[in-house]
Structures are given as C-alpha cells and as structure tokens.
Design a protein around this ligand. Structure first.
Ligand code: CP
Length: 311
C-alpha cells in the first residue's frame, strides 16, 4: 500500500491494512537492526525532534536509536531546562521547533489529545509517544509485532491484559490494535482499576485473573501507575499482588506455553514476579528490541521513505 498519513496519533483510527503495513515494514527494519553494522543512508537530510514532557527510558531512546540507524538527524528538548519552564505554551514550543525545519516531532505529554493538537497545528509529522491516559500507539504496535513473531496470525488468540487498565494508555492502544487483528482481548484487574466504564472499549472485563488464565496465549502485565493513583483504589500492594501478580505458579493455569509481556518499567513483586520476568517465557527485552524496529518503520514511512528498504 502507499502510505498517506502525516501523523501516528492512535491505533483507534488506523485501519487493519495500515497496521499490517507498519508491522510488515518493521520486519526488514529488525533485520537491519540486528546487523553488526546497523546503518542505512535512507533518511539522510531528514530530521526528528523528541519533545518529552514526561519521563521515559525506553520510548525516547528507542526513537533516537531508530532515527540514527536510518541516518536521520535527531535532537531532543529537555523540557525541564527549556523555555517551557518560563511559561511557553505547547503550541509556541512546537512552532519554534517547526521553524527549525524539523520534519518529524515525537511527543509525550500528560494531557490526552496533546499529540493530536500538535498534528493539527504543524506541517511536520507528529508521532504520539504517549498522551495522558489516551493512547501509546507505538507501544501497541511493538507489542503486536512481538506477538506475531511468536504466534503468527493474531486472529482468535486469547490475550489477557492485567492490572491498572484504568490509567493505562498502553492497554487502550493494545485493545484497539489487537481487536482489529481479530484477537480475543480480556481486561483483568480489581473493579477500581477495571471499572464498568471500560465497556466502551468493546472487550470482556474481568476481576478474576485465575479464572481467565486457562487457554491464554499471551498475558501482559501492566505497571501499577502509583504516580497517577488517587488513594483508595486498592486496599494494599500486598492484597493487589496476591490476586493479580503474575508468577510462574499462576501461569501454569494457562495450560500452554504462554507468552508473558510487560511494557516496562516493571514493579517487580507487585505486578510480575522477578522469577517470571527473568524466565524464558517472558519476552520483555524482545519487546524493547522490537520497539526500535517498529519505530524505524514508522519514521521511515512518515519521513517519505519510498520503495523497498535497501537490503
Ligand atoms: N513502555 C514505555 O513507554 O516505557 P518508557 O516510559 O520508559 O518510555
């Protein structure tokens, strides 16, 4: 297919064909990334700016690495040391960046809709690297890429997303993407973190992890977002982990060689045991590698990459 979009803002509005095209493009990108000399001249002369208003280890570094492999120039605004601290608005900051002839802006922001707002107001492409509790589309895509590598077709696969769904943009992007692929998604967690309002997402909600585990092809633990938590959403971390922490013992209930995933950063011993996170069943580091490949694909598509990736 011919790529037409200027921006990647969410998985809700992407078509199945577009998602498949991104995942397909990510395959040769991963092959390039795994080479001893990982450099292509494809995007020489193009530039990308990271604008992160929230902390990040994986996403920000992953975008920088992806752009560098494709020879695009990259820079980052350290928001805490920028004129944002003097009261500059998001739009003025973004317009300033655009005036430097940047081709692509990658933004993470605590406000849902921040990426869409920039996309409407900039000629440069915009990628949403996480906006509030709305979406984290590149995480959803790298998760699907990882699942496809292990499971092939995702249609009909049973995927549990466990934990703090209420606050999770990762969960929302995965729900939109995976349901477009025909997967069966179940959101699991305590009633305060998986409330009935999430029925709008159109997937099954459950509060009983042990009852949902049989037959699960993938179990994805979400980070308990203590920094976004209002008090009283669960009685104690101990009680939460007794009911919802993924452990080797608990995973035996699936009756399968189930894939264990986590977007990171992890609270070990709260949502996933260290033993399980370090086990062969967990593909958490593969997710990180695949994140670079998927972001290479997106940068390539949005910055005007045409034709086949040079082998
Ligand atoms: N998964 C994820 O978004 O991680 P970071 O917050 O480290 O970018």
């Amino acid at each position: 297919m011919k790529w037409k979009r200027k921006d990647i803002l969410d998985l809700e509005s992407l078509t199945q064909e577009e998602i498949l095209h991104i995942l397909h493009t990510a395959k040769p990108m991963k092959e390039i990334l795994l080479r001893p000399i990982k450099k292509l001249p494809t995007l020489r002369g193009k530039s990308m700016m990271n604008l992160f208003y929230e902390n990040s280890t994986r996403t920000r570094t992953s975008f920088e690495t992806a752009a560098k492999v494709l020879s695009a120039d990259t820079s980052s605004i350290a928001v805490a040391q920028s004129s944002v601290s003097k009261g500059e608005t998001l739009l003025d900051t973004a317009k300033t960046i655009e005036a430097m002839r940047v081709d692509l802006v990658v933004i993470r922001h605590s406000a849902s809709g921040a990426a869409a707002f920039l996309a409407e107001n900039l000629e440069a492409g915009v990628i949403n690297a996480g906006d509030g509790q709305h979406e984290h589309p590149t995480q959803g895509l790298l998760d699907m890429f990882t699942m496809q590598e292990h499971l092939g077709e995702l249609s009909g696969k049973k995927i549990l997303i466990v934990g703090d769904v209420l606050h999770s943009r990762v969960a929302r992007s995965n729900v939109w993407g995976l349901t477009k692929m025909g997967a069966e998604v179940v959101l699991v967690g305590p009633p305060t973190l998986v409330p009935p309002e999430l029925k709008v997402l159109g997937v099954k909600l459950s509060h009983d992890l042990d009852a949902e585990l049989p037959g699960a092809d993938v179990v994805m633990a979400l980070r308990l977002q203590l920094e976004r938590q209002q008090s009283g959403l669960f009685p104690s971390l101990r009680e939460y982990s007794q009911l919802y922490c993924l452990t080797m013992e608990r995973l035996k209930r699936t009756g399968k060689d189930t894939l264990v995933m986590h977007p990171g950063p992890m609270n070990r011993g709260v949502e996933i045991s260290s033993e399980l996170a370090n086990s062969a069943q967990a593909v958490i580091e593969e997710q990180v590698t695949n994140g670079v490949a998927v972001r290479m694909a997106l940068i390539y598509l949005l910055m005007g990459g045409s034709g086949n990736v040079v082998a």
